[in-house]
Design a protein around this ligand. Structure first.
Ligand code: FNR
Length: 378
């Protein structure tokens, strides 16, 4: 199959993965209207076409939190990445590393921090959820710092898990899910062999390291379900400050009011995000929320944006709407599930090419040239 886009990777991933995993990645909350709008609203962003500007020398580099990125892109944290391909976090992180962009490890990764960080040349970023078990949070922060992680991405839009209907239908959650997943795995022997299901059982690296025992998918679902903490408030961020000295980014901001609070708190960055439409269905897409947030805080804090980014063109659109960089979520996960590290590397090459094309045709010679000036005024 010829792969020329994230959409092609998505189709290939659907064939390769057992349905419970494909739908876990692909699905969103409730009727999935925000999930759809994330992609549609981004596609509706209309750029100006500006020509005859001698665009031979483009620079795609940008600086974020003291690091130089070869592209204004980072890989977003995605839980259970090591279930989509063998040692999936290592593969995705190495592809990002080779490209010169950051990989963000999820709290709920399969490979532990200590396995992934040493496999990279540049420091990785670490994502933390607020969990009732503050001992886990503290332990994870200490381990991330010891492994040299540079930036903390603190995700705040998961005080409760969203209502994900597809997971109940597919066997990811709900009645007799363990049995249903087992049968799906048996029917996807290529995937089961690749992720090592036959030999080593799934072990959730960061959780196991803390609990001191192997943990599988059932433990993960139970542990995480019991650990989401609706009491989260700005006080928790103050508490985290005591254990984290590096840059801190707050992920899951969708309103200018919260963005201003993040600046007041002294955060280094925010991620404008609705968690890829997996949390509160019906909220604004990131593309629609972004301009007002940028108006409120641009220049005071670094703005990253995700939810709906499927191409390099979408990256440029997010930057034109006010972001300093974009994060890829599902787009790289589909690539990882299709072809492991090589798949992610191929996707990042495609994204880079598409950014180049969009910059060339909008007259933007550097990342800082990509601004609201590039939006078409109709
Ligand atoms: C996520 N996301 C996420 N975010 C986070 O902070 N910690 C996590 O563990 C996860 N896990 C996770 C699993 C899966 C399967 C998906 C698809 C997403 C959200 C992720 O970081 C990002 O915000 C979205 O993926 C962006 O939306 P798109 O671009 O994937 O549509």
């Amino acid at each position: 199959m010829i792969i020329s886009s994230a959409g092609d990777f998505r189709a290939a991933a659907q064939r390769r993965l057992p349905p419970f995993l494909f739908h876990y990645i692909d699905g969103g909350a409730n009727a999935e209207s925000t999930l759809r709008r994330n992609v549609e609203d981004l596609a509706d962003v209309t750029l100006r076409q500006l020509v005859l500007r001698n665009m031979t020398d483009l620079s795609l580099e940008t600086r974020l939190f003291g690091e130089t990125l070869s592209l204004p892109v980072a890989l977003a944290p995605v839980g259970l990445t090591g279930m989509y391909a063998r040692r999936g976090e290592v593969g995705a992180a190495r592809a990002a590393d080779r490209k010169g962009i950051p990989f963000t490890m999820s709290t709920v990764s399969v490979c532990p921090i200590e396995e992934v960080a040493p496999a990279l040349r540049r420091p990785m970023w670490f994502q933390l959820y607020v969990l009732k078990d503050r001992g886990f949070m503290r332990n994870a922060l200490e381990r991330a710092a010891a492994a040299g992680c540079s930036t903390l991405v603190f995700t705040v839009d998961m005080p409760v898990p969203g209502a994900r209907y597809r997971d109940a239908h597919s066997g990811m959650s709900g009645p007799r899910s363990a049995l249903r997943r087992y049968w799906q795995a048996v029917n996807h022997p290529g995937w089961a062999w690749d992720v090592g299901l036959r030999g080593r059982p799934h072990d959730l690296g960061n959780v196991s390291a803390y609990l001191g025992k192997p943990t599988g998918l059932e433990d993960y679902i139970g542990w995480l379900g019991a650990n989401f903490d609706p009491s989260i408030s700005w006080k928790d961020l103050e508490w985290i400050r005591e254990f984290w000295r590096g840059p801190m980014v707050i992920k899951g901001i969708l309103d200018p009011e919260d963005a201003r609070d993040a600046v007041r708190f002294g955060a280094d960055g925010i991620v404008v995000s609705n968690h890829g439409g997996r949390q509160l269905d019906g909220v604004m897409s990131s593309a629609r929320a972004l301009p007002a947030i940028a108006d409120a805080v641009k220049g005071d804090i670094k703005i990253l944006a995700d939810s709906g980014v499927r191409s390099g063109l979408d990256v440029v659109r997010m930057l034109a709407l006010g972001a300093d960089a974009a994060m890829l979520g599902r787009a790289y996960i589909y690539a990882l599930a299709t072809a492991g590290e090589q798949g992610v590397a191929q996707l990042l090459d495609l994204v880079e090419k598409e950014i180049r094309v969009a910059m060339t045709l909008t007259g933007a010679k550097s990342v800082s040239d990509i601004s609201a000036e590039l939006l078409a005024r109709e």
